[in-house]
Design a protein. Sequence first.
Length: 154
Amino acid sequence: MKGDPKLIECLNGLLASELTAINQYMVEAEMCENWGLAKLGDMEQKRAITEMKHAETLIGRILFLEGLPIVSKLNDIHIGAEVPQQFTNDLAAEMTAVRGYNAGIELCVKLGDNATKEILEGILKDEDAHVDQIEEQMDRVKKMGLQVYLGTQM
Ligand SMILES: [Fe+2]
Ligand SMILES: [Fe+2]
């Protein structure tokens, strides 16, 4: 099914943000592991895998719409040097994703493409959960202090 070029461009933009997130989270997960923060590393690794599934879904949809998936384009990767910076950078990445998926959904409505809209809505739910997850960690750091929080993440 031939898709609207604007929609394919939009999906490729979302794909770039997913591929960026995968790289950012994978590196951060390994950093956490290195610091002995296995629990936190696990959480970030799981998030990276979810983003990989999103990328896979987007690639599938672009191909279905007879577009060309662009996997060579990454946005700027912001790797936090310490845990609090990781949270700040990851939250920014997730907020960008949320905005992007909302814009994509809007475009689908405009084009009357309900199937793609549903796909994007499914991914948006995951991104919402990621925002929630990161905000919860930041909240815990605020409440218990960084050192105590890190102690719970080994
Ligand atoms: Fe994602
Ligand atoms: Fe996400």
